[in-house]
Design a protein. Structure first.
Length: 64
């Protein structure tokens, strides 16, 4: 379905959000990466925590 809200195309907005989140240089992706990296830099055991999070990330990916 292709809904229109005024000048906004809902499906277009969903697609734009997905692209900005999933693309390596997407604005939302870069912001999340910045928040993650800055948070990790302030904790003890940064390397271990990053490793654990990356292992969990890979293990939680949907199997295609």
């Amino acid at each position: 379905m292709n809904y229109e809200i005024g000048e906004i195309n809902v499906n277009g907005a969903r697609k734009a959000f997905a692209l900005e989140t999933l693309l390596r240089n997407g604005s939302i992706n870069l912001m999340c990466k910045y928040v993650f990296e800055s948070s990790m830099s302030r904790v003890r055991g940064e390397a271990l925590l990053k490793t654990i999070i990356r292992v969990l990330e890979v293990s939680c990916l949907p199997v295609c």
